[in-house]
Write a protein that binds this ligand. Structure first.
Ligand code: AMP
Ligand code: ZN
Length: 151
């Protein structure tokens, strides 16, 4: 803790936060998102990076990925969420600059196999949408249960 935080806790908190930096370095050898080659990275900051989805739902479908190997969104530390949030915003701006036909986005995380997750390293989908890309877009991400999309 820094001097003033410790003082506010009456000098009783001796938590050693230095381990946190090691935690951020965690990678898994057999994980595809822990082993993305540098030339595929389209945006990056200290704790997260972005790549194009290999099987895009729409043009410019992008994945925002924490560098630390964690299974899903709920395992993230807040600084990683902030880092991913910043990349979402950066990528959105870049994609819209490149492609003015984009009129909307779906943003989403699949958490767990039962919710459709196939790569067990957390990632947020940034999926550009365009007017008329499906007959009736109403409900958007509600479409994860197809019969409930339109309400
Ligand atoms: P999810 O089903 O949420 O786990 O999404 C995994 C996403 O990763 C899918 O949209 C895939 O198209 C994408 N994907 C799978 N393998 C790769 C890869 N090697 N590089 C980039 N994207 C990938
Ligand atoms: Zn991983």
């Amino acid at each position: 803790l820094c001097y003033s935080c410790n003082a506010m806790k009456s000098d009783r908190d001796d938590t050693d936060f230095r381990q946190m930096n090691n935690a951020y370095e965690h990678r898994e050898n057999d994980c595809i998102f822990c082993n993305v080659s540098g030339d595929r990275i389209i945006a990056e900051n200290e704790l997260a990076f972005a790549i194009k989805d290999a099987f895009p739902v729409t043009d410019h479908h992008t994945l925002i990925i924490p560098k630390r190997h964690v299974e899903d969104y709920f395992d993230l530390y807040q600084p990683e969420r902030n880092a991913m949030q910043r990349l979402l915003e950066e990528c959105r701006q870049e994609i819209c600059k490149k492609d003015p036909s984009i009129t909307g986005f779906n943003i989403g995380n699949n958490v767990g196999e039962d919710a459709g997750q196939t790569v067990m390293h957390c990632h947020t989908h940034l999926i550009p949408r365009r007017e008329g890309d499906v007959d009736n877009p109403r409900g958007g991400v509600r479409g994860v249960i197809a019969s409930k999309q339109n309400y």
